[in-house]
Ligand binder design. Sequence first.
Ligand SMILES: [Zn+2]
Length: 221
Amino acid sequence: MKTISIFSFMLIAIFGIAFIVKTNRAYIKSKVHMVKRACYNNYRNKTSFNKYSIKNDNYRLHRKVAKRHYVGLIKNNVEIKDGLKSGKLVKVNAAAGFEIAKLQYSKKVLAPRSYKILKKLGSRFAMVAGKNDFFTVTSLTRTALQQEQLSSRNRNATKGISTHSYGASFDISYSRFNGKRCQNQKMKDYLVRELSNLQKEGEIYVIDEKANYCFHITVIK
Ligand SMILES: [Zn+2]
């Protein structure tokens, strides 16, 4: 009799715990969904700088100018090392107005001219947004090998040769500002404004990669 009552007590306890875990999970899930939803609604907001908007430049144009940077198509890590030695590539560090994310499919290097323009964009952004504000660079130079790995994982990634493999391009997230995920409409407006200025000055081509919440930028050479 005693064994039966212990057994039924244990059974009730197990079901009780399972129920609590399940409802807790559902609660967390709905919270995450709410945050995602709030971010999503923000993305759809119109930028407040109406005269500034990003024009999407055809990827063919990006490819054309990417090849003009002296590096050529970077196939592997050895070619990255060679590029750094010869000065065709330079190391990229965070500077005024921007930080570099932890990179999974790219290396912290760029063609010298691309780095110069990234720093120009960063300092202009910090000038209008605030000297402590910064955006996040999420992708820099990818070897052809890394590009292949990325395309097999992410169906939004460019198939074939990417302008990232010439040291000419970088990506900037517009769902992360000052190190925080989720949209900051004011900061996005400042970024759009400064990108649009550089685009009009003939320094960059831009594509709004909506699926990845980032701008793909190629520096014109
Ligand atoms: Zn890109």
